[in-house]
Design a protein around this ligand. Structure first.
Ligand code: AMP
Ligand code: MG
Length: 412
């Protein structure tokens, strides 16, 4: 089989996966899920015209020649209903969110006033009609759609759902994900340290990558490089929506993963992608299960997850947003490059007056897991690049969403 371009591999994967039905969840358990239905407002908010400030509700015509002194006829707190109509020469003390009284057409904030006595106030400024009033239905109108299906549930979305009293609603199901590591050399977490063995880190790094999407994966353990044992484990894995197999997809004579999954009826869609790290990536599917044959090298496994598994899982969760956020950065040092494959360099970001600077996290060997542990992002070197000079502008896929203090947009 030919090496696929990274974008072709992504397309093949995305064409093979879809959502897995919907389920009802409680509001409190819905963070990170994706709405399967549109949500409508169940009332006008605010329910009537309210004050946007602590101040005085008045008739704007009364203060056309400010300063002018008005008589305070009542106090309206949030939650109160006004009982009087504001007549010429009068005003009502009003709190933020309290309903506007009849007769008044504007609010002036308390900072622009001076109380003359307990029952009168001097207004220092003119105000336009409608000043500092939040109109009925300005936030949402009864019956209008406030959230579309396909919306990822963020804290802001939770606030809107709570506002319309959506205590339970339909979201897309999360795919069930299984993780299997393969290799005779691997030492399980619970095993004694044997200096001749390689600790199984991939199962756990992949677990965490899956958890970061809000999915709790099942770890199937370690299968030896033995076709029969592998078959037994892979059968279990095919009960899931997504099976991630680490190792054994390469060209070694004991790399049994591809032939064994094919034997179990998985249709192989591709093997080998023109990327670095991670080129032995394999992908196949049955009617029910998407199977990723991830390279065993710890960095390759994680990078392939980032580039190919995340978009698939997000699509399966009903999220129209499939990819990581990227930033533009300047390269801190030159990068040598052989064109023909897309490369993902693990970088740390710093920030200066001109923006981000991306620098390699150290050894870029596909076995050097430290390069991943230290990384803020993956610098993408496009497949047609012939090398990058220091200072060149590059795209960095962010591995998390945090920022530096000096880029917050605040000014002293
Ligand atoms: P493979 O893809 O099976 O040829 O493995 C490539 C390299 O990755 C070998 O050096 C393996 O020891 C290493 N490796 C494979 N699986 C794991 C794992 N689960 N955890 C850590 N390293 C692994
Ligand atoms: Mg192996």
């Amino acid at each position: 089989m030919e090496h696929l371009h990274a974008s072709e591999a992504q397309r093949v994967i995305l064409e093979s996966v879809t959502t897995r039905g919907t389920e009802s969840v409680k509001l409190e358990q819905s963070l990170g899920r994706v709405l399967a239905i549109a949500i409508s407002a169940n009332r006008d908010l605010p329910p009537y015209d309210v004050s946007a400030m602590d101040g005085f509700a008045l008739r704007s015509a009364d203060v056309a020649n400010a300063p002018s002194t008005l008589k305070i006829i009542e106090d309206i707190k949030a939650g109160d209903m006004p009982s009087k109509t504001v007549l010429p020469g009068q005003c009502a003390r009003i709190m933020t969110g309290a309903p506007m009284p009849q007769g008044a057409d504007a609010v002036i904030r308390v900072e622009d006033t001076q109380e003359v006595s307990a029952s009168s106030v001097q207004i220092g400024k003119t105000v336009k009609p409608g000043n500092d009033i939040r109109l009925q239905g300005e936030g949402m109108k009864d019956g209008e759609i406030v959230l579309q299906a396909g919306t990822e549930i963020t804290p802001g979305v939770i606030g809107v759902l709570a506002t319309v009293k959506a205590a339970r609603f339909e979201v897309y199901r999360r795919p069930r994900v299984a993780i299997l590591s393969t290799g005779n050399e691997l030492e399980g977490m619970e095993e004694q340290v044997d200096p001749n063995k390689i600790p199984n880190s991939n199962s756990y790094a992949l677990m965490a990558q899956v958890q970061a999407l809000g999915i709790e994966p099942v770890l199937l353990g370690i299968a030896r490089d033995d076709p029969l044992e592998l078959e037994k484990y892979l059968r279990r894995g095919l009960d899931f929506d997504v099976l991630l197999v680490s190792g054994g997809t390469s060209v070694g004579v004991h790399d049994y993963v591809r032939p064994t999954i094919e034997k179990l009826g998985v249709e192989m869609k591709f093997w080998r992608v023109a990327i670095r790290p991670g080129h032995p990536l394999a992908f196949g599917s049955t009617v029910t299960t998407a199977v990723f044959g991830l390279p065993g090298n710890p960095v390759s496994s994680m990078v392939c997850f980032e580039e190919f598994v995340i978009p698939a899982l997000r699509r399966m969760m009903g999220n129209p947003r499939l990819y990581r956020r990227t930033v533009m950065a300047r390269l801190g040092h030159p990068v040598k490059f052989r064109p023909g494959r897309t490369e993902f360099i693990r970088v740390q970001l710093t920030h200066d007056a001109e923006g981000y600077v991306a620098s390699s996290t150290g050894s870029q060997s596909s076995g050097a897991l430290m390069s991943m542990a230290k990384a803020d992002g993956l610098l993408v070197v496009p497949s047609d690049s012939t090398g990058l000079a220091a200072g060149e502008r590059v795209t960095v896929q962010l591995l998390d969403g945090t920022v530096f203090q000096d880029e917050m947009g605040f000014r002293e």
